[in-house]
Design a protein around this ligand. Structure first.
Ligand code: CU
Length: 204
């Protein structure tokens, strides 16, 4: 993996071309998450079903309900058609290490004029010291990629992992988008272009 970082520009371009294939393979090989671990996590986060509790703990809303059309664009993330929902981000917790019990983002779906907690996300910034993509629950983080513009600056190069803990995802608990999460009938829909990949260590 670290070899990729030392490859020339050409190597990086080739690697990016392979990303779609690699992500598919990584998902297929990912270990089954430990059920007890996931249950404990869900239990500790259940208080955030009330979004006001999340805000009091500084998970702040980024307002737009993010979704992707499923369009495949070379050099970008392979996001299946579906939504990522409304991200409530706890900025102070974002750093080089991840706490499995404290995701950096809570994800809400707009439902009947309210907000339903549906998932969580961990974010790890890409730095010159990054040797390999982070892993959690036997899953390798996706990326590295740009920030999800326009709600996050493009310059925020990072890895991320989504977990749909509170709403089933037909594509799997750790798929980045959930086709069953809807942004329609909400005042701030935010359809986004698939996020650009950036060079850096990734798992093949
Ligand atoms: Cu997300």
């Amino acid at each position: 993996m670290t070899k990729i970082a030392s490859l020339g520009r050409r190597g990086i371009l080739i690697s990016i071309g392979l990303v779609g294939v690699c992500l598919g393979a990584a998902a297929a090989q990912a270990a089954e998450p430990n059920k007890a671990e996931i249950d404990a996590l869900k239990q500790s986060l259940a208080k955030y079903e009330d979004y006001k509790a999340a805000i009091r703990d500084l998970y702040l809303s980024t307002v737009g309900c993010v979704s992707y059309s499923g369009e495949k664009v070379p050099g970008t993330m392979d996001y299946p058609k579906g939504a990522m929902g409304i991200h409530f981000v706890n900025v102070p917790s974002i750093g080089p290490t991840v706490d499995p019990m404290r995701p950096n983002v809570l994800i809400y779906e707009p439902v009947d004029g309210g907000l339903r907690l549906v998932g969580v996300e961990w974010l790890v910034p890409l730095t010159p010291d990054t040797k390999a993509p982070p892993e959690l629950f036997g899953q390798t983080f996706m990326g590295p990629m740009e920030g999800h513009y326009p709600l996050i600056p493009k310059e925020f190069h990072h890895y991320d992992l989504h977990a749909w803990l509170f709403k089933d995802n037909p594509n799997g608990m750790f798929s980045p988008t959930n086709p069953d999460v809807k942004c329609e009938n909400y005042s701030f829909p935010m359809p986004e272009e698939p996020t650009k990949m950036v060079p850096g260590p990734m798992k093949m």
